[in-house]
Design a protein around this ligand. Structure first.
Ligand SMILES: [Zn+2]
Length: 140
């Protein structure tokens, strides 16, 4: 699933859960695994994977920047990148032309990674982003 989706879900979880930082961090990393199970469309198998990846990364960075400028606490904002961080191994894999090994369990070949067509896959991810950002705004 896209980094922006993981980022926004991490932000939403951090906005809702009032627990110590490390416990919230574990929750958002667990959410990464669960989100990767959902049927979605990944750009990593496309010809323009790096271009999509940059857009994805910049969207996540812009979201985090807006929240910081709006005064959201660091304890919430940091959960965005923590939630998306496991996708760095997908980035390294794509940059290395599909050579090497992915370390995060939901990226392993044997993991039941969710897939679907481009239209529904993008729509689902945008819906998750919209719901997550609504939670972030309403919770603060
Ligand atoms: Zn992932």
């Amino acid at each position: 699933m896209w980094v922006i989706v993981h980022t926004c879900v991490g932000l939403a979880i951090a906005s809702l859960v009032q627990r110590p930082f490390w416990q919230v961090a574990l929750l958002v990393i667990a959410s990464h695994v669960l989100l990767d199970l959902l049927p979605h469309w990944d750009y990593t198998q496309t010809r323009h994977a790096l271009r999509w990846g940059w857009l994805d990364f910049l969207a996540a960075l812009a979201t985090l920047t807006v929240l910081l400028l709006a005064g959201y606490p660091w304890s919430v904002v940091l959960m965005g990148p923590i939630s998306g961080a496991p996708d760095f191994d997908v980035l390294f894999y794509v940059v290395n032309d599909g050579r090497g090994r992915k370390w995060f369990p939901s990226h392993w070949d044997g993991f039941p990674h969710g897939h679907c067509g481009k239209g529904p896959g993008i729509a689902l991810q945008m819906a998750i982003v919209a719901v997550s950002l609504t939670v972030v705004v309403v919770a603060h």
